[in-house]
Design a protein around this ligand. Structure first.
Ligand code: FE
Length: 341
């Protein structure tokens, strides 16, 4: 992407994120990844009068193998973490999500924005205040609900007992101390009680498996009891899911993780075909998707910190909070949360 365009969209991002004169913003990168993003953020922040720094970590040592959440190059570098804790805002170009280092940085009051998706996607899904408002309406509804029920015509019927864990909304920018967000994003989620998820989830053709970055072709049936997956059945994708999960040798990977729905009318379900190497944020965000996840819930304050994590955005589902319809057949039905025309 053209340097000037990249700087302009980073300026839009930092402006929405409330970056202002005198603030200290640290851009965190690793190896030679996204150095163009780092330059663009530095230039944009400078234009807003912020004190900008770039912290560049060495690339990970070879041989660290499979990608897993919760690991970052900061773990062995406490001085770097201390420096990041002194910032007003950290722009994370590495993807620190779920790491204890990121949690410490946020706890010290620094807000954290992750930006790792392909630049054309950052440009297409620029955050807006309007989207934030609709995400916050979703947060308000979700945070007071006691139960969530998800159904589909493919046979999904699962109930999450809520009220134990907080609700999180992601809208792609962050202007509050200690708050994290991810650009791009537009969805809300919470987690069920540790022993409070029961029922069946049936993945249908076209549902999305992240981090595989693939679409389901044959139905996959998850049987869930007391917050844990008991059984996964189906064809090729079911075998791939089980094989992948087995590699972690951690039964806690079968725990039920976050659950919620997407709200960005600009995000495309077919996005993986355009950005096959991305993180799948477009797929987590597309309008009316219902996304469930397996694995850790430490992000929400829960005890499960397994590295085995799948996010699964589904199409055409219905979602009810305390029996009130929120999503029906893949469409948002709460008026204030619907896309503006
Ligand atoms: Fe997730």
């Amino acid at each position: 992407m053209d340097r000037n365009v990249l700087t302009e969209i980073c300026l839009h991002q930092l402006t929405l994120s409330g970056v202002h004169e005198g603030e200290k913003v640290i851009v965190l990168s690793q190896g030679s990844e996204r150095l163009d993003y780092a330059d663009a953020f530095l230039a944009a922040g400078q234009r807003l009068g912020a004190r900008m720094y770039h912290m560049r970590l060495p690339p990970p040592l070879p041989g660290n193998g499979a990608w897993a959440v919760g690991e970052s190059g900061l773990a062995a570098n406490p001085e770097a973490v201390e420096a990041l804790k002194q910032a007003d805002m950290v722009v994370d170009l590495i993807f620190l999500l779920f790491s204890p280092e990121q949690m410490a940085i946020q706890a010290a009051g620094a807000r954290v924005l992750t930006a790792v998706e392909p630049a054309p996607l950052l440009a297409r899904l620029l955050p807006t205040k309007e989207l934030r408002e609709r995400v916050e309406i979703g947060e308000a509804l979700l945070s007071k609900a006691k139960t969530m029920r998800i159904t589909s015509r493919h046979g999904t019927d699962v109930i999450y007992r809520l009220g134990v864990y907080p609700t999180v909304g992601e809208y792609g920018y962050t202007d509050q101390p200690g708050r994290w967000d991810h650009w791009p994003a537009a969805f809300v989620f919470t987690g069920g009680a540790d022993d409070g998820v029961d029922g069946k989830i049936v993945l249908a053709p076209g549902d999305v498996l992240l981090p595989f970055n693939t679409y389901v072709r044959e139905p996959v049936v998850y049987t869930i009891e007391k917050g844990f997956v008991q059984d996964i059945r189906g064809g090729l994708e079911a075998e791939l899911i089980k094989s992948y999960m087995g590699e972690f040798k951690d039964p806690r990977g079968m725990g039920m993780s976050h659950v919620g729905w997407g709200l960005d009318h600009r995000a495309q379900w077919h996005g993986l075909t355009q950005f096959p190497g991305g993180m799948g944020m477009e797929l987590r965000s597309f309008y009316g998707n219902v996304m469930f996840s397996t694995g850790p819930n430490n992000e929400l304050g829960g005890p499960n910190d397994t590295a085995c994590h799948l996010d699964i955005p589904m199409r055409g589902c219905s979602l009810f909070l305390d029996d009130e319809p929120i999503v029906v057949d893949g469409d948002i039905v709460v008026k204030e949360m619907q896309q503006s025309q």
